[in-house]
Design a protein around this ligand. Sequence first.
Ligand code: PLP
Length: 396
Amino acid sequence: MAITPLMPVYTRCEVRPVRGEGVYLYGENGEKYLDFAAGIAVNLLGHGHPHLTKAIQEQAATLMHVSNLYGSPQGEAFAQRLIDNSFADTVFFTNSGAEAVECAIKTARRYHHAKGNAHKHDLITFSNAFHGRTMATISATNQEKLRDGFAPLLAGFKVVEFDDLEAALAAMDENTAGFLVEPVQGEGGIRPASKAFMQGLRKACEENDLMLVLDEVQCGVARTGSLYAHEQYDILPDIMASAKGIGGGFPMGACLATEKAASGMVIGTHGSTYGGNPLAMAAGQAVFDIVATPEFLAHVRQMGERLRSALEQMIPNHDHLFESVRGMGLMLGVKMKTDSRAFVNWLRSRGLLTVAAGDNVMRILPPLNIEEQHVREFVDALSAAAADYEAPSVAA
Ligand SMILES: *Cc1c(COP(=O)(O)O)cnc(C)c1O
């Protein structure tokens, strides 16, 4: 047998973490890493945060799972808290980001179905988007590497250029249900949409009774310095997928919607065995306790500014490697002049964890509770690593 016990769909690197403490990860043989990847924007509070750990331990010992056949005081409480802090009137809990996007897609289609417009089933989506790995979510992107070999894909998605309002408006027709968009593309290369684009989509939805569906799986839950990224665009969605950071490392997600948008989601239309179980709710509540305060959000913005300006100051010293910094809050990307994947590998060998992304970008996604000293430690180590780096031959 040549196949590995873990289905070999990932090129797993040499880092084999067995323990985490704050912003540091420790490998099998005691290697220490500064973790500015945070499980791909998941570990908002770093590793082993006492408040989150305690909440999970206590809930695990009290009640872990019962199914959605029963009433859920835990689910009601957390849903109400998400509602009180957002545009939404109702929440469906999932176990992952892709499932949250799936629920968002189903909710948008059911909205039009419930109004007698079942033909309005198409979502307009955007180039280089990443919405997850289920059949619907790979159908919602034009990234060939995600789709190759999985035909037939799901019908009902029309992909146009990201951040191109004219293209989005031109793609609308009588079958359009709405738009599905990441306000800040993550996997696609930390690309914030422009305000004019997001506001234009909102206006088009208003004028044509369409659903604005936001995928805030990566950019949501305080990552960009506001609880949700769309707040910084001065717009509200009809439906939003949330996940990654929402459980701080506990696998969970949520689909939030207005009462109007969820009008088709009646008894029997959707479900999940685990979704919103008491253990997940305890994790979500504990993360929310900490990240959803004005002080914490201000901290994220402040650390984001520090990190960004330290990176910008560093770039001229290594301008054969780095081009520019982009992003919002602590969702930052460095556009590289040399292969970002190779450089991320190099950093890893020097004990620094970052994540490669599309468009030749290095993603920097630290825990949100980092302090000034971690910013300095990261940028100093990054700069030293850059100085010692021999790029695998200049790109043609
Ligand atoms: C990670 C991600 C997803 C998928 O989340 P999973 O938990 O891996 O299913 C969806 N959308 C965006 C924007 C993401 O970054």
